[in-house]
Design a binder for this molecule. Structure first.
Ligand code: SAM
Length: 225
């Protein structure tokens, strides 16, 4: 799968993508500097908002020009996503849906946001990573790329390690322990130290339900619908 990121801070991704799943084979990430699609000496990408108010807004022209240069003709497995606090909330399920595509182009907003014509006439989807306001779309883009990349075949060593993960079955993953079996007087559950795999599976399912009930009852309410 191929990702394109459109940003005014191309250097931002040096850190997040140098480590972990995105650095592994099969994940192609192209970073595009939005200023490359400006025509003035100052390489202007923003302007004041119509109607007045604080801050600046990213202009539509460089964003449309960038997308139309990267994909002169777009096919249905190439999707443009605008990162926005106002978008639908990104989730594991949306990550699985996006996995059906061959290429994704993520537009990172900055300042007070992006001219609304980008959401209305260019983006296929507008996604938020949560109900809070970041100062730019770059962090959100890194979150989305990382989440999708680890679902790609062969990226995470054992594909079973993604199917039982939190949110995949509508509940949280089970809690985990490792050596030492006793640490500062706190013991790992006895059942996990034995080799009865059927019993361990059953116990883990109950532990996952218990943790979901305690920390994310909203997930269970959603399952019940
Ligand atoms: N004025 C906007 C609002 O209140 O909805 C916030 C703009 S924010 C300071 C600048 C950029 O950060 C946005 O254009 C978007 O690309 C990104 N951003 C902020 N919060 C985000 C979130 N929760 N999810 C995804 N992107 C976000």
């Amino acid at each position: 799968m191929k990702f394109h990121l459109l940003t005014i801070f191309p250097g931002f991704f040096d850190g997040p993508f140098r480590y972990g799943v995105v650095a592994r084979a099969g994940v192609e990430v192209h970073i595009h500097d939005l200023r490359d699609w400006t025509n003035d000496p100052h390489r202007t990408v923003d302007d004041r908002p119509f109607g007045g108010g604080e801050g600046m807004v990213l202009k539509p022209e460089p964003i449309f020009a960038a997308v139309e240069t990267i994909w002169p003709e777009r096919h249905e497995k190439q999707k443009v996503i605008l990162l926005s606090a106002q978008g639908r909330r990104f989730s594991q399920q949306i990550a699985r849906e996006l996995l059906e595509n061959e290429e994704l182009l993520l537009i990172c907003g900055r300042y007070e946001g992006v001219d609304e014509r980008v959401a209305e006439h260019l983006a296929d989807d507008e996604l938020s990573i949560g109900d809070y306001v970041l100062s730019g779309g770059e962090l959100a883009a890194a979150v989305i790329v990382d989440t999708i990349a680890r679902l790609l075949p062969g990226v995470v060593g054992n594909s079973d390690s993604t199917v039982n993960e939190s949110f995949e079955r509508g509940i949280l993953d089970c809690p985990q322990w490792t050596r030492p079996a006793e640490f500062r007087g706190w013991k790992a559950p006895e059942i996990l130290l034995g080799g009865n795999h059927a019993e361990i599976r059953k116990w883990r399912q109950q532990a996952a339900m218990e943790k979901t009930t305690r920390l994310r009852p909203d997930l269970l309410a959603r399952l019940a619908k």
